[in-house]
Design a protein around this ligand. Sequence first.
Ligand code: URA
Length: 206
Amino acid sequence: MPITVANHPLSHHYLSILRDRSTDPQEFRHTSRRLAYILLMEATAEATLEEYGLETPLIHTTGLRLARPVVAVAVLRAGLGLIDAVIDMLPDVAVGYAGVQRDEETARPMEYYTKFPAMEGRLVLVLEPMLATGGSLAWAVERVKAAGAEHIIALCVVASPEGVERMNTEHPDVKVVTAAVDSHLNDHFYIVPGLGDMGDRLFATL
Ligand code: URA
């Protein structure tokens, strides 16, 4: 499974703000959005382009545009922290939602809601900020594949080695873009050093 770890200085800068427990929810949301721009740039770095004719104020010339329409699927809740940046940079993006809850005892994903746009022939970005056990992301990828997705890239803020390994085993065709691969998971399946519960920090439900 291909993995890209964003190494831009601003990526490290923003991730450190997210990791800091003193960052309040408003700053956390703003910073998540800023980091999402960087993850999206990495995710689309090899996107296929197609030529088309256009008129500048001076002449007819050839422009380039994304050859494949893009779908973004936000894995609820934390994926909402990345969606605004994606909509901002790709205004034509079609947005889906995948509602999955983590069973706190087993860390297994429990589905409670999905709503997907058409997936065939599109570049599908799955927004799952915390790649911890990999259960939620593997589940979301299964669901989008079942809906027809073939070109899938996952955007994660932080990944664990365990989550990366699981994606590598279950979905080796899916590229993962992340700002960091952290040390390990703790006994409660949180990423260490991590940034805590992303949903709680975004939505002040701590
Ligand atoms: N989900 C989170 O929000 N944080 C973790 O560390 C793991 C899963």
